[in-house]
Design a protein around this ligand. Structure first.
Ligand SMILES: NC(=O)c1ccc[n+]([C@@H]2O[C@H](COP(=O)([O-])OP(=O)(O)OC[C@H]3O[C@@H](n4cnc5c(N)ncnc54)[C@H](O)[C@@H]3O)[C@@H](O)[C@H]2O)c1
Length: 446
C-alpha cells in the first residue's frame, strides 16, 4: 500500500490538516464533510479540471503521492474525460482511490463549478485562458489548488490571480503552480550556488530561450462544429485561450530568470516578432517567433527568445551573467564558468521528477499546515510573459504598471460550447493577427 510522503501525527484531525478547506467550511458554519464527498477519512480529496495531456500527468502525480483520492473530474468534452477516468480506474496502484461515479463527472466549459465543490484540492489543467475564473472560484470555495502555468493570458486575468493569491494567503490555502523548474533539484542547486554562495557575483544580465519546432497541428474544422468548439479544441492558436507561446511555453524560462532576480519582475519590455513560417489561417492568431528585451528596475536586462520554426537553432535554456562569472542552465543540468570561461562548477541533473515533487510538496504542506503559495510568483511570471507579447505585438515599449491596468479581455461573457467567441474570423476564415506599429495591446485584438 502506498504511504503518504509525510505521516501526520495520529492526533491531527482531518479538520486541522485540511486547513483552508476547514476554514472555509467554518466560515459558513458547515462541517468539513460538506466540502468533501467522502466523509470521515483523512484522504485528501481531489478534483481534476481539464483531463487532457497535462491533466492526465498531474492526476497521476497527485495519486502517486499517496493519501489522496480523486473524487471528481471536469472537462469541456466527454470524449476527453471518459478515457482518462477508465484508464485511472484500471490502474492497479490507485484502486478505490479513483472514486468518480458518473454523478461526479462533469462536462462543459463551466463544469469546474460543480467539480470543485466535491474536493479539498482542485487540479487545474485546462487551457490557461480559463485559469483566473477557476482559481477565483476555488479560492472563494476555500479549496487548495494545483494549477498549471501560465495562470492567465491578459491583464484582467493576471490582476484577478494576483488578487486571489492574497485571498488564498488570508484563507491559509496552499497553492502550487506548475512551474516545475522551481521544484527541480538541479535548478535548486544552481540557485544555491548563484544566490546563496555568490559564485557568479551580482547578476548583471540574463538570457533565456524556448526555441524549437513548435507544437501540435490544429485539428480540422468539422461542418457541425460551433466556432467555440473549434477554438477550444485548437486553443493553442487563440490568445484568449492560450496567450501565445511566449506565455504558454517560454514562461518556464522567464520564470527562472525572475526567480534568480529575487522574484523582482521586469518594469518594461520592448521587442519584435511575427509569423514567418506558420502563416496559414488554420494557425489562428499567434506569432511563430518573439524576441524581447525585458528591463528590471535595477537596470538588468533579460533577453528572451522563443521560436516555433523548424530547422532552426533550438535551445530551451537560461543564462544568468554575473560580475564574477555566469551560470548556464539547460533542463536540470547547470554549468558555472568564471570570467575567464573556465568551468568552476557543474551539475549533471538533479534527482527526482519535479512534476512529482511539486505534488508531494503540496500535500505535505496541507497535512503539516505550512505556508505554500506559488500564485504570487506564478502570476508575476505569467504577466512578465504577457508583457513580452504586448511588446512584440505592438512594436512599442510597454511598461508593467500601465499594462497591468489594461482592460483587454477577450473572454466571452457567456461561456458555453454553443455561445459565440469574441474572437471571430472574417469571411475568408482568417483571424486577426497583430501588426507591430499598428496594434494597440491595451485593447482586445479581436
Ligand atoms: N508544466 C508543464 O510542463 C506543462 C506541460 C504541458 C502543459 N502544461 C499546461 O497545462 C495546460 C493544459 O495543457 P495540455 O497540454 O494538457 O492541453 P490539452 O489540450 O491536452 O488538455 C486541455 C484539456 O482541457 C479541456 N478543457 C478546455 N476548456 C475547458 C474548460 N473550460 N473546462 C474544463 N476543461 C476544459 C480540454 O477539453 C482538454 O481535455 C496548459 O496551461 C499548458 O500550458 C504544462
Amino acid at each position: 500500500m502506498e504511504k503518504p510522503i509525510v505521516q501526520k501525527s495520529p492526533a491531527t484531525s482531518r479538520r486541522k490538516f485540511l486547513g483552508g478547506a476547514a476554514f472555509a467550511a467554518t466560515a459558513v458554519n458547515l462541517p468539513i464533510e460538506a466540502c468533501a464527498q467522502v466523509a470521515g477519512s483523512d484522504e485528501i480529496k481531489l478534483a481534476l479540471v481539464g483531463s487532457g495531456g497535462r491533466g492526465s500527468g498531474a492526476i497521476d502525480q497527485a495519486l502517486s503521492s499517496g493519501g489522496t483520492r480523486l473524487v471528481a473530474v471536469a472537462d469541456a468534452f466527454d470524449y476527453r474525460l471518459e478515457p482518462l477516468v477508465s484508464k485511472l480506474q484500471s490502474h492497479a496502484a490507485y484502486g478505490k482511490r479513483v472514486d468518480v461515479p458518473e454523478s461526479r463527472r462533469f462536462t462543459g466549459l463551466e463544469s469546474y463549478k460543480e467539480a470543485i465543490q466535491h474536493a479539498d484540492v482542485v487540479l487545474m489543467a485546462t487551457p490557461p485562458g480559463f485559469r483566473p475564473m477557476m482559481f477565483k472560484a476555488a479560492v472563494e470555495a476555500g479549496k487548495h489548488v494545483f494549477m498549471e502555468k501560465p495562470v492567465a493570458v491578459d491583464s484582467p486575468g493576471s490582476r484577478m490571480v494576483m488578487e486571489y493569491a492574497k485571498i488564498a494567503d488570508e484563507k491559509n490555502l496552499k497553492v502550487v503552480v506548475g512551474l516545475q523548474r522551481r521544484y527541480d533539484a538541479g535548478y535548486q542547486e544552481a540557485y544555491e550556488k548563484v544566490k546563496k554562495e555568490g559564485m557568479i557575483g551580482d547578476i548583471v544580465a540574463a538570457q533565456c530561450y524556448w526555441n524549437g519546432g513548435g507544437v501540435w497541428e490544429p485539428s480540422e474544422r468539422k461542418p457541425d462544429m460551433s466556432e467555440m468548439e473549434y477554438q477550444v479544441k485548437n486553443w493553442y492558436y487563440y490568445n484568449w485561450l492560450c496567450g501565445d507561446h511566449i506565455a504558454e511555453q517560454h514562461i518556464h524560462n522567464i520564470d527562472v530568470i525572475n526567480w534568480f532576480m529575487d522574484d523582482q519582475h521586469p518594469v518594461a519590455a520592448q521587442g519584435m516578432g511575427g509569423r514567418e513560417t506558420r502563416k496559414d489561417k488554420k494557425y489562428g492568431q499567434i506569432f511563430d517567433h518573439h524576441y524581447v528585451e525585458f528591463a528590471y528596475a535595477n537596470g538588468v536586462i533579460m533577453n528572451s527568445q522563443c521560436r516555433h520554426q523548424r530547422n532552426c537553432w533550438s535551445s530551451v535554456s537560461e543564462l544568468v551573467v554575473g560580475s564574477k562569472g555566469s551560470c548556464f542552465m539547460n533542463g536540470s543540468s547547470a554549468v558555472i564558468k568564471d570570467n575567464t570561461g573556465k568551468v568552476v562548477w557543474r551539475n549533471r541533473g538533479g534527482d527526482g521528477n519535479p512534476y512529482q515533487v511539486e505534488h508531494d510538496r503540496l500535500y505535505k504542506a496541507i497535512r503539516e499546515n505550512t505556508k505554500l503559495n506559488n500564485a504570487h510568483y506564478g502570476a508575476a511570471s505569467t504577466f512578465t510573459s504577457i508583457l513580452g507579447r504586448y511588446a512584440t505585438y505592438s512594436g512599442k515599449m510597454v511598461k508593467w504598471d500601465e499594462a497591468l491596468a489594461w482592460n483587454n479581455s477577450e473572454m466571452p461573457e457567456k461561456l458555453g460550447l454553443d455561445s459565440t467567441p469574441v474572437v471571430l474570423p472574417n469571411a475568408e476564415g482568417v483571424y486577426k493577427v497583430a501588426v507591430p506599429g499598428e496594434f494597440d495591446p491595451s485593447k482586445p485584438l479581436g
